[in-house]
Design a binder for this molecule. Structure first.
Ligand code: PLP
Length: 296
C-alpha cells in the first residue's frame, strides 16, 4: 500500500437532506503523514465504520455515483447517519484534483467517531494505486475458502453486516494470507452449504458458454461497482449476463473467470483449486481498456 499523498477531514453534514450547494467550509486539508485521529476513534478501536475505494485514472474518479450509492447502503446497514451525497461528491472531486497522472485511489471513510463523541468522523485520502499490471495480464491462481456461514446467514443475522463495506477487513486479509500459504494469489469464498460468494476484495465473474454470470448479491456479498460496470459493457457488446446462485461445484466447469474490483480492474483467473482455466488475453485486455477509460 502506497502512503497517502493527500488527506481531507470532513465535518459530516448534520442531515442528508441539508439544502446546501457549497460544502467547502466543511473540509479541512491535513498533512497525510501526520497523526490526525483521536485515540478514542471507534474506527481504529473496533473497525466500526465504512469505506469506499474509488479508482482514479489520469485524474478522473471512476463511477463516483455508484460508490456514493454503496456508501449510503453501507451506512444504512450499519446504522450510521446517511452520508450527504453532494458533500461526499465535492470531497471526492477535491481529492481527484490532487491525483497525478496514472492510476490512483481515493478512499472515503466514515467512522462512528469517538466513543460517546458527538458525531461521526469522516475523511478522504488520495494515494497512487498499487501496480496491478501483472495480475491483469498474466492471470491469477485462486483457491476456494469456506467463509464459515451458510447462504441464509445474511438474511437470518443482519448484525453480521454482510453486504456492507465496513472497515473490519481483518478476516478478508486473513483469507488472503491463507491463500498465499496455499500457493495461490487470491481466494474465492464459499458458503458452508456449497454456494460461491466473492473474493476477499473483489467480485467474481464467470463465463459459462456465452453467458457471463456473477453470484446473486442477496446480502451475503458486497455488490461490486466494477462488476456492475463490466456487465453494462458486456451487455452493450451483445453478451448475455446474469445474477444467479453459483454452486461451488460449477466453478470447475467455467469456461473463464475473472476477479474484478475498482483498483485491480479485471484479473483473469488461470486456476481455481486444481482446475486450470484458459485465459483469454485479448478479451481481458479489452475489458481492462474499457475499465481504464473514463467511466461515470
Ligand atoms: N467484494 C469485496 C469484499 C470487496 O472488498 C470489493 C472491493 O474492495 C469488491 C467486492 C469489489 O467492489 P468494487 O468493484 O466496487 O471495487
Amino acid at each position: 500500500m502506497v502512503a497517502a499523498r493527500f488527506a481531507l477531514l470532513i465535518t459530516p453534514a448534520e442531515s442528508a437532506d441539508e439544502e446546501r450547494a457549497d460544502f467547502s467550509d466543511s473540509f479541512r486539508s491535513i498533512d497525510p503523514n501526520a497523526p490526525a485521529l483521536s485515540v478514542g476513534e471507534l474506527s481504529t478501536q473496533r473497525g466500526d465504520g465504512i469505506f469506499e475505494s474509488i479508482g482514479v485514472v489520469d485524474g478522473h474518479a471512476q463511477e463516483v455515483e455508484a460508490h456514493l450509492q454503496r456508501l449510503a447502503h453501507s451506512a444504512a446497514l450499519c446504522d450510521l447517519p446517511t452520508p450527504h451525497r453532494e458533500q461526499w461528491r465535492q470531497a471526492t472531486a477535491i481529492a481527484a484534483a490532487e491525483c497525478g497522472p496514472g492510476e490512483w485511489v481515493i478512499k472515503l471513510i466514515l467512522s462512528r467517531g469517538v466513543e460517546k463523541g458527538p458525531a461521526p468522523t469522516a475523511w478522504t485520502t488520495a494515494a497512487p494505486a498499487a501496480d496491478f499490471e501483472k495480475p491483469r495480464t498474466q492471470g491469477i491462481r485462486v483457491v476456494t475458502l469456506d467463509r464459515g456461514y451458510d447462504s441464509g446467514a445474511a438474511e437470518r443475522s443482519p448484525w453480521l453486516l454482510l453486504g456492507a463495506k465496513t472497515l473490519s477487513y481483518a478476516v478478508n486479509m486473513a483469507a488472503l494470507r491463507e491463500a498465499h500459504r496455499r500457493g495461490a494469489d487470491d481466494a474465492i469464498f464459499t458458503t458452508t452449504d456449497g454456494v460461491v460468494l466473492e473474493a476477499p476484495t473483489a467480485s467474481l465473474i464467470l463465463r459459462l458458454g456465452d453467458r457471463f454470470v456473477t453470484p446473486a448479491p442477496r446480502g451475503g456479498i458486497l455488490q461490486g461497482t466494477t462488476q456492475i460496470s463490466v456487465f453494462a459493457h458486456l451487455e452493450a457488446e451483445g453478451f448475455e449476463t446474469a445474477y444467479q446462485t453459483v454452486p461451488t461445484a460449477d466453478l470447475a466447469r467455467a469456461d473463464a473467470a475473472w476477479l474484478v474490483s475498482s483498483l485491480r480492474l479485471a484479473a483473469p483467473i488461470s486456476a481455481i483449486d486444481e482446475t486450470v482455466l484458459s485465459v483469454d488475453t485479448a478479451f481481458t485486455a479489452g475489458l481492462n481498456a474499457y475499465l481504464l477509460a473514463p467511466r461515470d
